[in-house]
Design a protein around this ligand. Sequence first.
Ligand code: SF4
Ligand code: SF4
Ligand code: SF4
Length: 314
Amino acid sequence: MVKVAEEWLNICGGCEVSILDLGEKLLDLLPSLEFVHMPVLMDHKYFGQIGEKSELEIPEADVGMISGGIRNEKERHVTEEMRKKCKTLIALGSCACYGGIPALANMYNVDDLLEKVYRDSITTESADNPSEDIPPLTDKVYAVDEVVDVDLYIPGCPINPVIILEALTCLLEGKPFELPERSVCDDCPTLRKEKSDVGLKRPLQDAEFTPGEYDTLRCFNEQGILCLGPVTKSGCGKQYDAEEQVVPRCVKGFMPCRGCFGPIRKDAKPLVDMMTALSSVGLDAKLIDDRRALFNRYIGAQNRLRPLPTRVRR
Ligand code: SF4
Ligand code: SF4
Ligand code: SF4
């Protein structure tokens, strides 16, 4: 019996829903798995069931799964405890792997964020920063592997349940698990004619396609519609039925890739690589004002997004 612990940190809960999305496949796994800690399903308290313990405690497990990045000191503490108690640790979802959407906040320092949220927003009544009974914020959003060692990465926003099943099955059978180092474009069935004959357009503006027919859909970038497929790791389209064509998830819905699977390789530079990919189809990425945020939308931790130094006017 393999013991599994799961924790959620700075998240929306979508990755936990993906675990439940395994549906009957999860029932097939249950005879071999024992969930010993999982806040989304189980009422296991950190300091004993009635608060009788003085130290945060998570049960020992063979496999630990963490969704979400780290935004406050409580999340850092929970992450360190998970690492201590779990033999194998999985970063589950783009937030855990690379900071995810919340790491867009890394473009600002904490004081500026608090000022914006509690005093400088037109929809908020001005107030002091909350300070009672809440853990202090960390200086930025961290991916899990910036705080502790991670053994296995399952990216996606949210994750594809098929990949969770594959990873858990590999762990149960003692086999290695890794997603291939290829791009979303490598699995994309759209038509490519090499050069764009239009300029950059707004998302899905005048998109040309016939519903249900991918082979009539022209590459989004060639249509002038920004697609992060060239710099994004593939795998999101995996199906239980291996016979089916593996079309990337967004392309399957006739939408461009937003980059949620993160970089193809750990040391890749998606901002630079995306500028090159766009210029290779004849588009000028410099015309995109917020390209720093757009090209790093899911991967702002691991020092990919930082506050820019204030320019001194002369
Ligand atoms: S990766 Fe996406 S779905 Fe998962 S917790 Fe983060 S925001 Fe939610
Ligand atoms: S850029 Fe997008 S639409 Fe074009 S081939 Fe790559 S994934 Fe497909
Ligand atoms: S196509 Fe891109 S954004 Fe969509 S699920 Fe796949 S990796 Fe994520």
